[in-house]
Design a protein around this ligand. Structure first.
Ligand SMILES: [Zn+2]
Ligand SMILES: [Zn+2]
Length: 188
């Protein structure tokens, strides 16, 4: 990760004011995509700018950051395989506990995503912000809720126009009924 980029969400703890600090970052998404790739999230891309707003507060040994992240995620539809953009506005709520106050044997689960630890003179919210961004990426994205997907026979995008393939699946039990019916009609 680019050093300067990694500094974006760093803050010296003694610089946190009583009334809180505001952090506002608006950057081209390229560096965020790079950071996601380094985290192993190569499936998704971002478009345009990423905008992060954070208000940071400190009380004794707990640091709390609240705000939001605005980005535009580029996704591939799981049905029709078309790429589409999904704007997201992700609420951020991060709690950092001082390392010495943190029980060693306490294992973090996915539910503790918003809680981290800090030690030393400064905090860096970057990793926790990226965690939030990764969680906002859907597992099986859909370009629209009623996407018709691709024809399993000819591969045509059925959102554009229906193809002429016969893909209707007939329940075998109904097929027997249909046959019987045809026989009866013929006899009649
Ligand atoms: Zn689709
Ligand atoms: Zn077809």
């Amino acid at each position: 990760m680019d050093k300067e980029f990694n500094e974006l969400f760093k803050l010296r703890i003694d610089k946190i004011k009583l009334e809180g600090n505001k952090l506002h970052v608006k950057r081209d998404s390229k560096e965020f995509v790079q950071a996601l790739i380094q985290r192993g999230e190569i499936e998704s891309s971002l478009s345009g700018n990423v905008e992060v707003s954070l208000a940071i507060y400190k009380s004794t040994d707990v640091i709390v950051a609240k705000g939001n992240l605005k980005a535009c995620i580029v996704l591939t539809c799981s049905r029709c395989l078309n790429k589409f953009k999904k704007p997201v506005d992700i609420p951020l709520k991060i709690t950092l506990l001082k390392k010495q106050d943190f029980p060693e044997d306490l294992e973090l689960t996915s539910e503790d995503l918003e809680t981290g630890v800090y030690e030393g003179e400064e905090v860096n919210f970057m990793d926790l912000i990226l965690d939030h961004l990764i969680l906002a990426i859907p597992y099986a994205p859909l370009c629209k809720p009623d996407c018709k997907g691709l024809c399993p026979v000819c591969g045509a995008d059925l959102n554009n126009e229906p193809c002429s393939c016969n893909t209707a699946w007939i329940d075998p039990r109904f097929a027997i009924l249909k046959e019987l019916k045809e026989k009866i009609v013929k006899k009649g």
